[in-house]
Ligand binder design. Structure first.
Ligand code: AHG
Ligand code: MN
Ligand code: MN
Length: 342
């Protein structure tokens, strides 16, 4: 078999990007490489999860009242340690930790960025060998370099993200990240242990025919959301339907599919949880950034996700995200409701 093109590794790609910007310091490239390294370590554990004692609960509950899995803890520590030992990150906030962590060493204090992450997304799927992932978001700190980072560095609107991305630990392992310049996807080649550019310049198709939502909550959704879901089921061949319903329960995998194939993913508010389940800082903002850079849209049913000013590290928001024309169609049924909480 002949290979007729040079496949770039993640490191080569980030360095190549850097060469296009002679004034860039290389700090973001180095941060992305650190994140790739942590992901490779998590991937190894995920792949052998059934063989070692890492399945199941860690016996603790996180700040959101959810059972913490052993792999959640492992992944959280890997990402935190790698970023702490790198040169580009002043501190982190994680879905699995009550508060942010300011790295208290001279190199980290001088660093330009802070990172927020969901170390293991879809962790309820670990025990049953279904795709899971990691989601991350990078902000330029607003506090002075040379000092400890502060909460304000983390409580920034999503529009301020410098980069965001995710890893899917699935049938193959991928890392996808976005900067304002574009979205690129890398597949882990296990034979060389490197992420290799496999999906350059990802565009979210304006149309799609897959909708992704937890149907079990149907009767708890607002009327407009129920009507849109019903419309997805009612479409006939002449107007491109009925749409196909797919819902894995790992948003990384569900949104990844919408990004690659076109589609819409929804986690609406419910009567008992008006703000839904997903976290603004760790899940919604990074995906809103990625999908918007790729040409799609993301709202909370009322306003653009990226415009929301977070007031709590762990706040939740309803999420509607995906192909631009499907989002437009949703808006016809689910008109922005002023009374929805932000
Ligand atoms: P996490 O494992 O980080 O807590 O996130 C799980 C999230 C998300 O990935 C998924 O889309 C959603 O929970 C599924 O929730 P439901 O089971 O309520 O549909
Ligand atoms: Mn999650
Ligand atoms: Mn998680």
């Amino acid at each position: 078999m002949s290979i007729n093109r040079k496949i770039l590794t993640l490191d080569e790609f980030t360095i190549q990007q850097l060469r296009n910007f002679p004034h860039a310091t290389g700090e973001l490239s180095s941060l992305l490489r650190d994140l790739g390294l942590a992901a490779k370590r998590v991937n190894v554990e995920v792949n052998k999860a059934g063989l070692v004692d890492i399945l199941g609960d860690a016996g603790t509950v996180n700040i959101q009242g959810e059972d913490v899995k052993k792999l959640d803890v492992f992944a959280n520590n890997q990402f935190m340690k790698v970023l702490q030992h790198g040169v580009s990150c002043a501190g982190i906030a994680s879905e699995e930790m009550d508060d942010f962590v300011a790295f208290d060493d001279e190199i980290s204090k001088k660093a330009k960025y802070v990172v927020m992450f969901d170390p293991l997304d879809g962790s309820g799927n670990i025990d049953v060998n279904i795709s899971i992932g990691t989601i991350f978001s990078v902000y330029r700190r607003v506090s002075e370099r040379g000092t400890l980072c502060t909460k304000e560095d983390f409580l920034q609107s999503g529009i301020n993200q410098v980069a965001a991305g995710y890893m899917v630990y699935g049938s193959s392992t991928m890392m996808v990240y976005a900067t304002r310049r574009g979205v690129n996807g890398f597949t882990l080649d296990p034979s060389i242990g490197e992420f290799c550019l496999s999906h350059p310049d990802i565009q979210c198709l304006p149309d799609g025919n897959i909708y992704s939502v937890n149907h079990g909550n149907f009767f708890r959704y607002e009327k407009g959301v129920q009507e849109y879901i019903t419309e997805c089921q009612k479409k006939d061949k002449s107007n491109g339907g009925p749409y196909t319903q797919r819902y894995i329960g790992s948003m990384v995998a569900d949104v990844h599919r919408s990004l690659i194939k076109g589609g819409i993913f929804m986690y609406p508010g419910t009567t008992d949880k008006p703000n839904g389940k997903l976290r603004l800082c760790y899940e919604c903002n990074p995906f809103a950034f990625i999908v918007e850079v790729a040409g799609g849209k993301a709202t909370n049913g009322m306003i653009r996700i990226l415009d929301i000013q977070p007031n709590d590290l762990h706040q939740r928001v309803p999420l509607f995200i995906g192909s631009s024309n499907m989002m437009k169609e949703l808006e016809e049924f689910h008109k922005p409701q002023k009374e929805l909480a932000v």
